[in-house]
Design a binder for this molecule. Structure first.
Ligand SMILES: [Zn+2]
Ligand SMILES: [Zn+2]
Length: 389
């Protein structure tokens, strides 16, 4: 691999990551984390605004030459998960863990900040460094945008990275077009009429109706939307009843729908409501629906993806850069990509020989830390390439 980071800088990068990993903070509570970010940026003499979107920081490195503005983003929040790893840098906070790798992203962007501070004189244009809160719960990106992160100066493009446990260390995913899915959440309450379980004909059973709804919803993906367009509908929580011999009044469910295609996404709430209401009514029940949008689909701009791919090829070689990595998982980086062209890059972090195989959001998630230098080098080069293009 080709890198401009010195061994001492890489060691520093790893140490920051371990420190952040040991001290995870949940969405919008990243006080210690953003304190460390601010302290580091201040020591580098980098101009910044703190408290943007509650705990976010936006810093600006102005180059010695005029030019465009590029935004580089890292998220900072952890998850409400109890870590089960035994590493010396494991979480020291009960019930909280960096189980998605945002500790990696924050430390990578700090390492990039240091490089940019050194390179400022030769830099054509401006780099905005965006340390974002609350990706996991959603809302962090939008909060920063509402508080002006995309103004004064307005960036011309946005780039971000995510460590990626579905990719081996040394591999990088740069996908042009749809990369991560839209994230919708639905809650349905089916109202029937309670009765004795032995005399169902005196009531209207909402449990049977809910069961039919769960099954019928799958026909949106399998029968209603083109098989060439991905749709996932997962009902993840169901609640009803209080005893084995009573048909309850209500049944409740909650879950998520994921889709890439903007047209399919637009039509999804309508399709969902038609199936739910129609099935409920056909069985004599009434359905109440709460349907929410969390994240837009994350769609990489083809021109920006080409810039990121060129940078990735420089760092890990063409054979290690894949263009087919996609997931139905979601990201609130999509809020930036809705307003700016840009690209979100997947940095392989899995290493089977070291047992680093656990998925994101799992209590044994951990990365091969060699991905940190790769991620930092690629994001740095991507930003510079954009400004120099
Ligand atoms: Zn994440
Ligand atoms: Zn996550």
């Amino acid at each position: 691999m080709s890198s401009t980071f010195t061994p001492a800088e890489v060691e520093d990068l790893i140490q920051i990551r371990r420190d952040l990993h040991a001290h995870p903070e949940l969405a919008f509570e990243e006080v210690r984390t953003s304190g460390i970010v601010a302290e580091r940026l201040r020591a580098l003499g980098i101009e910044m605004r703190t408290g943007v979107g509650k705990t976010g920081i936006v810093a600006t490195v102005k180059g010695g030459r005029p030019g465009k503005t590029v935004l580089l983003r890292a998220d900072m929040d952890a998850l409400p998960i109890q870590e089960e790893n035994q590493a010396p840098y494991r979480s020291q906070v009960q019930g909280k863990m960096h189980a998605c790798g945002h500790d990696c992203h924050t430390s990578i962007l700090l390492a990039i900040s240091q490089k940019l501070a050194q390179q400022a004189a030769s830099l054509p244009g401006t780099v905005k460094l965006c340390f974002q809160p609350a990706e996991e719960t959603g809302g962090g990106a939008v909060a920063m945008i509402e508080e002006g992160v995309l103004e004064n100066p307005k960036p011309d493009a946005a780039f971000g990275i995510h460590v990626w446990q579905n990719l081996d260390l040394g591999k990088v995913g740069v996908t042009s077009g749809p990369f991560m899915a839209a994230v919708d959440e639905f809650t349905v309450t089916v109202a029937g009429k309670g009765s004795h379980a032995a005399m169902p004909h005196y009531g209207v059973d909402p449990v049977v109706a809910l069961a039919h709804i769960v099954t019928a919803l799958q026909t949106i993906a399998s029968r209603q939307v083109s098989p060439l367009k991905e749709v996932v509908i997962s009902v993840t929580q169901i609640r009803a009843g209080s005893a084995f011999n009573i048909i309850p009044e209500n049944a409740w469910m909650n879950g998520t729908a994921r889709v890439f295609d903007p047209e399919v996404w637009k039509e999804l709430p309508g399709r969902f409501a038609r199936v739910v209401r129609g099935v409920a009514e056909s069985l004599g029940c009434r359905a109440e629906i709460d349907y929410r949008r969390h994240n837009h689909p994350t769609i990489n701009d083809p021109r920006m993806a080409a810039i990121a791919r060129a940078a990735a090829i420089e760092v890990v070689g063409a054979d290690n850069v894949r263009d087919d990595v996609r997931t139905m998982g979601g990201e609130d980086f999509s809020a930036f990509l809705k307003q700016l062209p840009g690209c979100f890059i997947a940095i392989g972090s899995r290493n089977e020989s070291r047992g680093l195989i656990h998925e994101h959001q799992q209590p044994r998630f951990d990365v091969d830390e060699r991905c940190l230098e790769i991620g930092a080098e690629i994001l740095l080069r991507t930003g510079r390439r954009f400004l120099e293009a």
